[in-house]
Each structure stands twice: as structure tokens, then as C-alpha cells.
Design a protein around this ligand. Structure first.
Ligand code: PHE
Length: 452
């Protein structure tokens, strides 16, 4: 049994939002919207959040809250208690392995935000032309030592917070950074929507053009729904395991998902107006934030100041998510071995740091190594975790919560719902969400089998 608990419901919600809101919302969402042509993709993504994301989030929190254990032990314990197959434990293991993999590339990108924060603070890009800004990013990627420095600093920060535990570490940092995050985001949006490109940005984000949607786009939208809500690997499960009895999980889940979605859309509104004002290409991919945005900012009034705000925002959003990726892995090692929390965190953090080194070498020394469909190590890890492992984990979590927990115990009380709301959740978690995941996954693997 976990002996840690959140101090209040409010800090739990803040921490869960902190987990959800991260690089996924501010870096990934805008660039994948850009790569997939705008509004239609946003719509598919919203559908994935509503039909799959929210039911799985509820499922994950309820498993955590019932078991009060790390993801592996939670599946072990509950499947024993309810005489279900031991096979379910597999999803616990998948989750923990996914955590290792995600944080290793997450930390590298978070490191870029440290680099850009420091360069904006030093005024280092001012007076550079567009070519120079582009060159700056490619020089960074070419420089393994610089990448290593920032990756190591970010991992160190994350590890130190997590070693301190829930109340002394995670709660403290969350209560500090989350209010800042919201304020900064609002300031950035107000600044951006006053630029001439803002009406084009609204159009781009909210006018769907369905010709842009293909199977790959749907798979990306589904994978991103998992990534952005921190689902499928046990992050929300361990956060749920620190909940006190009587917390209304369903209402909180809906609120968490709404805030996360709102933040992603606001991030889009903070970025795209600047991109369009400067006639830049919204579909430039992962470098959208690190080449296009600095370019746009540097030619605007107070660009340096808003650049500092922007990359600070990115950093704190990444940090509050990174701790939630490390927590379930640490919790699993701590509860399954005799290692103390401190040692487990340094051990797990060290292994993740090492995988991270391989990830950052993908941009330079090891750029020739290709793993999944000709992708480098970094892109392969991102693809494997976001588009395959998280949906797979979510598939298991959703089925387990519905078919094992809900049918064999009375979880309505801990869900805090009854009647129709419960039936809707059950329908979604037991059938619709797993079905959508299965169909999209099959379509990805055997395109000719599914006719759309
Ligand atoms: N949700 C986080 C983001 O959007 C990433 C994350 C994924 C966090 C999985 C925890 C678990 O950046």
C-alpha cells in the first residue's frame, strides 16, 4: 500500500493538470496540427479526447485509487483479488517500460527549452537574420555536448524533485509553477492575437479541410490524445493512487481533460498568429518552436521579452510533466524492491538519462542508425511510445477497469457517479474506446484490411 497521499483535492487536480500540460501541448500539438493541415486534424483530435481519452483517464484513476499501488502491483493485486487472468499484469510492465522510454526523449526536448531560454535571456539571437536563426538550431542539434549538458540539467532537476516525494517535492513545485504557467500563457495569447496574422490563425485552427486527413493523421491524433493526457503508462494511475477516499473521479477527469485541451488550443493561438504574421510555414514540423517562432518573435516589438516568457513556459510545463513520467517508474521500483525512494529515483533517473544520451546522439553522431521505418533513434522512440505503446496500454487499462473492476466490484461509489453517467462511462470504456484503438491500430498495421 502506498503511504503517501495528496494534501488536498486541489493539489491533486493541479498535479494531474501539470502532468497533462507539457511539451505535448505547447511543442507537439501546434506542430502536428501544422503537419496535418489544421482544423480537420483538431476536430479528429477532439473526438479522440472525448471518446477515448476521457474514459481511459477515468479508468486509469480508478484503478490507481482502488489499488493504491504502482502500475505493476496494481494489476497484480487487483487481478488476484478479482480472480482475473494474470495476463493483465503485462499492461503494468508495458507502462513502466514506456515511462523509461518517454522520459528519455522528453528530457532532450525539454533541454532545448533551457538552451533557448538562456539564449533569449542573453539577447543572443537579436539582430540575427532568418538564416542565422535556422542555423542556430541545426548547430545545436549537431553539438552532442551542448545537448548533453541541457539534458543532464533537466534530468537532474526532475530527479531532485521526485526524490523528495509527493508532499515535499511534487506538490511544492506544482503549486509554484502551475499558476505561473496559466498567467504566462494568457499573456502570450493576448500578445499574439493582436498581431495581423491572428485571423488567419483562427481560420487555420478552426476551419476543417477534411481532404488533409488520412490514416496517418488519425493515428497521430489518437496517439497524441494519449500523450497529452498522460495516459496508457500509469502516470495518472499513480497520481490516482495517492487520492483519498471519496474523491469524485469522473468530474475531476472531465475537468482535467478540458483544461488540457484548452491549453493546447491556447498554445496554438499563442504561436500561429506570429507564424502567419511573418508569412512563415505552419507545417515546418518539430522545429516550428525553435526556428519559426524565434524568427517571428525577433522581428516583433518586445520580442526578446516574450521569447523569454515563452521558453520559460515551455520549461515549467515540461518539468511538471517529467516528474509525473518518473514517478510511476520510481514507485514501481521502490515498491517491488527493497530500495529506498531516494536510491530508486537516482537509479531509474540514471538509466533514463543514459537512454537519453542515445536519443540525443540521434541528431548527430548516430544519425545513420535507423530503427522504425527509417526513423532515427529519437523519432523511433517517439513513434513507438506515442503511437503504439500508449494506445496499447490504454487499451488494457480501459478493458481492465470496465470488465474486471466495474463488473466484479462496486466502483460506482469510488467513481462518484451513478445512473446514466456511469452507463455512458461503462459503454465507452468497455467497448467504444478499445474498439476505436483496435481499429486505428489495425489500420496502421494492415492498411488494406480496413476500408477508410
Ligand atoms: N502529457 C505530457 C505532455 O503533454 C506528456 C506525458 C506523457 C506525461 C505520458 C506523462 C505520461 O507533454
Amino acid at each position: 500500500m502506498s503511504n503517501q497521499h495528496w494534501s488536498s483535492r486541489y493539489v491533486f487536480v493541479l498535479a494531474a493538470i501539470g502532468s497533462a500540460v507539457g511539451l505535448g501541448n505547447i511543442w507537439k500539438f501546434p506542430y502536428i496540427v501544422g503537419e496535418n493541415g489544421g482544423g480537420a486534424f483538431v476536430l479528429v483530435y477532439l473526438l479522440c479526447i472525448a471518446l477515448v481519452g476521457i474514459p481511459v483517464l477515468i479508468a486509469e484513476l480508478v484503478i490507481g485509487k482502488t489499488a493504491q499501488l504502482n502500475p505493476i502491483s496494481a494489476f497484480e493485486n487487483l487481478s488476484g483479488q478479482f480472480r482475473a487472468s494474470r495476463f493483465w499484469v503485462l499492461f503494468g510492465y508495458i507502462g513502466v517500460i514506456t515511462g523509461f522510454l518517454i522520459l528519455s526523449f522528453y528530457s532532450v526536448v525539454a533541454g532545448w527549452s533551457l538552451e533557448y531560454l538562456s539564449v533569449f535571456l542573453q539577447n543572443g539571437l537579436l539582430n540575427s537574420d532568418a538564416k542565422a536563426v535556422e542555423q542556430y538550431f541545426s548547430n545545436l542539434l549537431d553539438n552532442p555536448l551542448q545537448l548533453l549538458l541541457w539534458h543532464s540539467m533537466f534530468m537532474l532537476l526532475t530527479i531532485i524533485i521526485v526524490t523528495r516525494g509527493i508532499k515535499q517535492g511534487i506538490e511544492k513545485i506544482i503549486s509554484l509553477v502551475m499558476p505561473m504557467l496559466f498567467v504566462i500563457l494568457v499573456i502570450l495569447v493576448i500578445y499574439a492575437i493582436q498581431q495581423p496574422g491572428s485571423s488567419q490563425a483562427f481560420d487555420y485552427l478552426f476551419t476543417p479541410d477534411f481532404s488533409k486527413i488520412d490514416t496517418e493523421a488519425i493515428l497521430t491524433a489518437l496517439g497524441h490524445a494519449f500523450f497529452t493526457l498522460s495516459l496508457g503508462m500509469g502516470a495518472m494511475m499513480v497520481y490516482g493512487s495517492y487520492l483519498i477516499k471519496g474523491t469524485p473521479v469522473v468530474r475531476l477527469s472531465i475537468n482535467i481533460a478540458l483544461v488540457d485541451t484548452l491549453v493546447a488550443l491556447l498554445a496554438g493561438l499563442a504561436i500561429f498568429p506570429l507564424i502567419f504574421t511573418h508569412g512563415l510555414d505552419p507545417s515546418s514540423g518539430p522545429s516550428l518552436l525553435f526556428i519559426s517562432l524565434p524568427n517571428a518573435l525577433l522581428s516583433l516589438p518586445f520580442g526578446q521579452f516574450f521569447g523569454i516568457l515563452f521558453f520559460f513556459l515551455l520549461l515549467i510545463a515540461a518539468l511538471s510533466s517529467a516528474i509525473s513520467i518518473l514517478e510511476p517508474v520510481v514507485c514501481a521500483i521502490e515498491q517491488k524492491t527493497t530500495l529506498k525512494r531516494n536510491i530508486s529515483t537516482w537509479f531509474v533517473g540514471g538509466v533514463i538519462w543514459m537512454i537519453g544520451v542515445a536519443t540525443l546522439l540521434a541528431f548527430n553522431e548516430w544519425s545513420d542508425i535507423r530503427l522504425i521505418s527509417d526513423k532515427n533513434i529519437f523519432d523511433s522512440l517517439d513513434y513507438l511510445t506515442t503511437n503504439i505503446l500508449l494506445p496499447l496500454g490504454g487499451f488494457g487499462i480501459s478493458l481492465f477497469a470496465a470488465w474486471v473492476l466495474a463488473t466484479k466490484s462496486n466502483i460506482r461509489v469510488s467513481l462518484g457517479i451513478d445512473g446514466i453517467t456511469y452507463k455512458v462511462w461503462f459503454l465507452l470504456a468497455a467497448t467504444i474506446a478499445p474498439l476505436i484503438i483496435a481499429v486505428i491500430a489495425l489500420k496502421g498495421i494492415f492498411p488494406e484490411w480496413i476500408p477508410f
